[in-house]
Design a binder for this molecule. Structure first.
Ligand SMILES: [Zn+2]
Length: 139
């Protein structure tokens, strides 16, 4: 499942950021998803919840924004919305020298840390060894 690997990668990135700032919780993660990234937001939200389980992101909300696909034609300079599936042929000159300007994004734009972070001190406690992620299955 493509969305699961995306979700795991998001959780991984946020966990690293959380570790470097000794954050103990995450309220919300904002993510820009390109129209052409091939990610279904609903499926990603589902996988994100699973991927967060047992991590510092547990219970975090995923807020996604959509980035439209835009292409430009190198020879004639025309730009257009690619739509989905993407139209990569220039309608003016039928050229194929098309450059994709946007639409493949998978970008964390904002992380809301939990307010109850540990008090900042001169010597932060060493991070505990990460517990192995376990996936609880309802039976
Ligand atoms: Zn063109």
């Amino acid at each position: 499942m493509h969305e699961m690997s995306v979700a795991l990668s998001i959780v991984d990135q946020v966990e690293q950021a959380a570790r470097s700032r000794s954050a103990c919780g995450v309220r919300r993660v904002r993510l820009d998803i390109g129209e052409l990234a091939g990610v279904v937001p609903d499926a990603l939200a589902f996988c994100f919840e699973l991927a967060c389980s047992g991590t510092v992101l547990q219970g975090a909300e995923l807020v996604t924004g959509s980035v439209p696909g835009r292409a430009s034609c190198a020879p004639c300079g025309r730009t257009w919305d690619t739509g989905m599936p993407p139209d990569m042929i220039c309608a003016s000159c039928r050229g194929g020298a098309t450059e994709l300007l946007s639409g493949r994004e998978l970008r964390i734009t904002e992380v809301h840390w939990a307010a109850d972070s540990p008090a900042p001190g001169p010597s932060p406690a060493p991070a505990p060894a990460p517990a192995p992620a376990t996936l609880h299955k309802e039976s």
